[in-house]
Design a protein around this ligand. Structure first.
Ligand code: SF4
Ligand code: SF4
Length: 636
């Protein structure tokens, strides 16, 4: 009997490209996933320890096999230690991202980064105020320099106030963290401390290891806020912008450049330079010039600020190349599959790595530095132009089902829209509608794609399920990518899927804001680092109501969680007091203690918790129940 093929994705464009990949004999992540089966049960449950070279040790969770590693570490210690290590790596990735941006802002203030400018002075002043930096009578450059210096000091600050943390964490939460002794000292040492605790023969108390993870998470939310807000200063704070999404945004008659990764420092300058090389592209025969598209979180950065189309989220990155229409995939850091190099070898695509500490084997490397950004970007774009002559028209097949999307819902953009309803007290209309039940609660979708589940399916299913029950949906990262690709960031989606109360609110705000109809069903708040935009909005609501975040009817969901960055984001959302749904069985279930603490115990101390549910309808039900519990607690 023939086996029914597994459904890999619900994205029709992606399905088409997976089929093309088979015809072109090009392997994808789904093929490698199939080849990997069965995956190791010890790894899946977090019970494999490779901390020292006496190991690897593995604990038998069910049978009569070993219950302790060679050193005596048990399941709880091993799982907690593995988790803490992952959280430290996730936080480190955000740290390097934010540090890079802070360095560039500093270089700019010293006149050493000519490609960059302060694009949002208002945001600079706002950030300076929140960091308690004096702005009176000072030039923009002086203020920028102090904002950059204070930010850089926060990485290693041992004395004085941890400025970004105080700007991000609300006072009631901070008091809880202080009482628990989990306040981090700065952004760097908390990660080093976390890692040091996991060395062989160091900390073995699983609770203390988990509390160290909470400490890393508190620092991480501060780092991420820094990354986002300094990016806004340099590149502008996003405002609602119309764009398109899906693999169909590639153009047959253009030189297509896919920008992939995370940090706006690279993609912004490549866009600027590409705009000056359009005529050259046309001379080469590409009648539509250069077409820039985004992939993963770089895609979100570009979509949010410039309305540049988003081609793919994490799992469809290889498929972008498989269209046969991409001249160059330019990458910086995080979530770039090493496989894209080999995929590109089957076509004419050149993969260009750009960061000296994120090189890719087999890729063309062009060092990109803020000080010489324009020259670097020109070399990079030239490689794309050179590749165009090697394109094989017979290999080109671009899907056609483009979706419209409205992106750009930064905290400021949401407040600006609300100001059209109540100029003096913009947060009031949102709170009033939460109180009167038009909006039952808020769910922020974040996180990745994961081959363990059907690509994009859970996002779509859960959003429909929640929106019809009047839950306001926000999205970031590859969740935002999925929802953009399926047309959920349109006014039509509000008409089609929002419950009556939610539709009334989105329509009233949209009309007051002058967009001639409702706000889109899902508000795109940006890349994964931009999750802190949602934290700022939640803090604003909590502060206005005079409550802590753990009282708000606000939840987070990561139905396809994959990366260590997403793990630390989920952790800080929990630590901030929010229920966090995960649609993947996390690699912690080998420890009864860790599992029970993260899904129950933590709620008693911090108010948040993880909810593991792989069925999307059931997951939506559980989040809705959490929302109702919190509404009851608030007496609304
Ligand atoms: S730290 Fe202990 S459990 Fe881990 S590998 Fe070494 S001996 Fe095994
Ligand atoms: S959401 Fe996950 S996969 Fe997507 S870019 Fe962010 S960390 Fe990477």
């Amino acid at each position: 009997m023939l086996e029914t093929p597994r459904i890999k994705t619900v994205d029709i464009s992606a399905q088409k490209m997976i089929f093309k990949a088979e015809l072109d004999k090009v392997e994808t992540a789904w093929d490698r996933y199939d080849a990997m089966q069965p995956q190791c049960g010890f790894g899946e449950t977090g019970l494999c320890c490779r901390v020292c070279w006496k190991g690897p040790c593995r604990i038998d969770p069910l049978g009569n096999g070993p219950k302790k590693g060679i050193c005596g570490a048990d399941a709880d210690t091993i799982v907690a230690r593995n988790l803490l290590r992952s959280l430290c790596v996730g936080a480190s990735a955000h740290t390097e991202h934010a540090r890079h941006i802070a360095h560039t802002l500093y270089a700019l203030s010293e006149n050493e980064a000519p490609a960059y400018a302060i694009k949002d002075e208002h945001k600079l002043l706002d950030v300076a105020k929140r960091l308690k930096i004096d702005t009176e009578g000072r030039s923009i450059t002086e203020i920028a320099k102090e904002v950059a210096s204070v930010s850089l000091e926060d990485f290693a600050r041992f004395h004085g106030e941890f400025r970004w943390l105080n700007a991000v964490i609300n006072p009631l939460r901070k008091a809880k963290f202080e009482a628990l002794g989990i306040m981090p000292q700065n952004l760097d040492s908390v990660v080093v401390n976390g890692l040091a605790r996991t060395h062989v023969g160091s900390e073995s108390d699983p609770l203390n290891l988990l509390l160290a993870g909470a400490r890393v998470a508190i620092a991480d939310v501060s780092t991420m806020a820094m990354g986002t807000e300094l990016s806004d200063i340099l590149f502008g704070t996003p405002q609602p912008t119309m764009t398109t999404a899906n693999l169909s945004v590639l153009k047959k008659d253009a030189i297509n450049i896919a920008l992939h990764g995370h940090n706006p420092l690279l993609c912004e300058i490549v866009c600027d330079v590409a705009a000056t090389m359009n005529d050259e592209a046309k001379r080469l025969g590409a009648s539509e010039g250069i077409n820039i598209v985004g992939v993963c979180c770089t895609g979100n950065e570009l979509m949010m600020r410039h309305g540049i189309p988003l081609a793919a989220n994490y799992l469809s990155q290889e498929l972008t190349i498989i269209t046969g229409a991409v001249e160059a995939m330019i990458v910086d850091t995080q979530c770039i599959m090493p496989a894209v190099v080999e995929t590109a070898n089957n076509y004419h695509t050149v993969v260009i790595s750009t960061l000296d500490d994120n090189k890719m084997a087999g890729a063309t490397h062009i060092s990109f530095h803020p000080e010489t950004a324009i020259e670097g970007a020109r070399k990079i774009v030239q490689l794309a132009l050179d590749a165009y002559s090697r394109r094989d028209p017979n290999k080109v097949d671009i899907p056609t089902n483009t979706q419209k999307a409205i992106g750009g819902f930064s905290y400021e953009a949401i407040i600006a829209a609300l100001q059209m309803v109540d100029k003096e007290n913009p947060i009031k209309p949102l709170i009033d509608n939460i109180v009167n039940g038009n909006i039952q609660g808020v769910v922020l979708f974040g996180g990745c794609n994961n081959t363990r589940v059907v690509h994009d399916y859970n996002y779509i299913t859960m959003t429909k399920e929640l929106a019809k029950r009047n839950v306001l949906v926000l999205a970031t990262g590859c969740a935002a990518g999925a929802l953009a690709k399926f047309g959920f960031m349109t006014q039509q989606a509000t008409e089609d899927y929002a419950g009556d109360g939610l539709k009334t609110v989105l329509t009233a705000i949209g009309q007051a804001a002058g967009i001639g109809g409702p706000l889109p069903l899902v508000l795109n708040m940006g890349s994964c680092v931009d999750n802190t935009r949602a934290v700022r909005l939640a803090n604003e609501i909590a502060n206005t109501l005079g409550v802590d975040l753990d009282s708000l009817p606000v939840c987070v969901s990561a139905p396809e969680l994959m990366s260590e960055k997403a793990q630390i984001i989920g952790t800080w959302a929990t630590v901030l007091g929010l229920p966090v749904h995960i649609g993947i069985v996390p690699q912690i279930i080998g420890s009864p203690f860790v599992t029970s603490f993260l899904t129950q115990g933590i709620e008693e101390t911090l108010g948040g918790k993880f909810i593991v549910e792989v069925d999307p309808i059931e997951a939506a039900n559980k989040l809705y129940t959490e929302i109702q519990k919190r509404r009851q607690k608030l007496g609304i």
